[in-house]
Design a protein around this ligand. Structure first.
Ligand SMILES: CC(C)(COP(=O)(O)OP(=O)(O)OC[C@H]1O[C@@H](n2cnc3c(N)ncnc32)[C@H](O)[C@@H]1OP(=O)(O)O)[C@@H](O)C(=O)NCCC(=O)NCCS
Length: 208
């Protein structure tokens, strides 16, 4: 009993030792957290069964971070809730070096894959005035919503206010400045529609 109290107190301390937080989260949520993960505000995190959290950096302030079942978060990922929220649904896969800020709210749907070095930042700077430094003009945060079964290629940038609908594909290196309809493949800077995945399905059906 004393030991449990001691561990809970250690976890509440910010920052608590990494290995204590990792063991606490792994036991509490029946998931696997790397002993080397740096996790701040662990009591704001909910994790589904079977999820794996690698040697990443998580700041879960704000309304917190929700991680579904069987989610994998690779090494060197940065998830910063930034006084907003990040919601990863079941079976999401996040590649190494992905950066996500949840200021305006970020939601990632079931089975969505986000490849290495992609950036999903749900905030942007105000720049209306030329007299005040932009750093002092504040930020706006609209939020980013990514639906189920989306594939985001390596080095993609998803801007604030964007929604990406079910089954879409974002080409590697794309900068997404407009929302993407369902089953649509977009690529480039700025990202433009290449084609719909539904066209390929129609061809497949005709061939059969
Ligand atoms: C988007 C993607 C899925 C499209 O694949 P595809 O359907 O085989 O596309 P194609 O090779 O037929 O290319 C179609 C057109 O889009 C262009 N294009 C494809 N991917 C592009 C990209 N990432 N950026 C800019 N243009 C791209 C091609 O140059 C081609 O243009 P053209 O018709 O003028 O010649 C693929 O290119 C891609 O980016 N995959 C992500 C790879 C990745 O990040 N892997 C990380 C590990 S998961």
């Amino acid at each position: 009993m004393r030991l449990i109290k001691y561990v809970v107190n250690l976890v509440k301390r910010s920052p608590a030792p990494s290995f204590i937080v990792a063991i606490f989260l792994s036991l509490r949520w029946k998931c696997r957290v790397s002993l080397a993960a740096r996790i701040f505000y662990p009591s704001n995190i909910v994790v589904g069964k079977g999820s794996r959290i690698g040697r990443c950096h998580i700041i879960a302030n704000g309304t917190g971070l929700t991680i579904g079942c069987n989610v994998s978060i690779s090494d060197n990922v940065i998830l910063d809730v930034h006084h907003g929220s990040i919601n990863l649904h079941d079976n999401v896969a996040i590649g190494p070096f992905v950066v996500m800020y949840g200021e305006g709210g970020v939601s990632i749907g079931d089975y969505t894959m986000i490849a290495t070095h992609s950036t999903i930042v749900a905030t942007s700077h105000v720049f209306e005035s030329t007299r005040i430094p932009m750093k002092l003009q504040g930020t706006i945060a609209k939020g980013i919503a990514i639906a189920d079964d989306v594939w985001i290629g390596a080095h993609a940038v998803i801007q604030d206010g964007i929604s990406i609908d079910t089954g879409a594909i974002i080409g590697s290196g794309s900068i997404v400045t407009r929302s993407v309809p369902e089953y649509t493949i977009v690529a480039g800077v700025p990202a433009k529609v290449i084609r719909s995945r539904k066209d390929a399905c129609a061809v497949e059906a005709t061939v059969k």
